[in-house]
Design a protein around this ligand. Sequence first.
Ligand code: CA
Length: 224
Amino acid sequence: MHVLVVEDDESVASSVMEGLATANLGATLVGSGTEALRSFAELSPDIVLLDLGLPDMDGTDVCRSIRSTSSTPIIILSARDDEIDRVVALEIGADDYLVKPFGMRELIARIRAVVRRSSTVEPESTKSLRNYGPLSIDSRSRRVTLAEVEIYFTPKEFDLLDYLSRDAGAVLRRAEILRNVWETNWYGTTKTLDAHVAAIRRKLGDPGWIVSVRGIGFRFGLPE
Ligand code: CA
């Protein structure tokens, strides 16, 4: 799990980063709204901890902006004098709200609760046998059939197809795919990703199964 921490106050930031490290959670720290949006796009974190009083823009705008493209959980970290309450936080799409100063134990517990909640909303993705028109993918036996004819994939091709198809219709970011399928954030592997996508398209006989979304990543679905 990777946490994006958006906080410009150094003392709060360092205690949060320390608390996350103690809980064995990977984290990236940024100190402005602009950096937050850029890092969010690049890293595809599993959760965002967001301070509202940022030097360059309002945290509520950062929250709205993330929410307009993604359902990644967001926990707002707010100073007592920020003019925002829980209701507003939820209105702008945040999942939870913590008032500073807060204890690290409470923060970690909230993170786990929010991530757990958000990952239980996709029942389809947890099924091991999934059908998409003529295509059938069985994650347990790692078998793929198209119109009842078995198609052979290399282990990584299968992993990639399996991963993309679990969230059919959604645009998955390159960084997210690399982290989950190749377990790396190394951008050099992006060529490998393209090569695997090309191989899967070829084997499925239609490039429409995996659509490239420019500047973002890929979307799996039934070809039109
Ligand atoms: Ca601040």
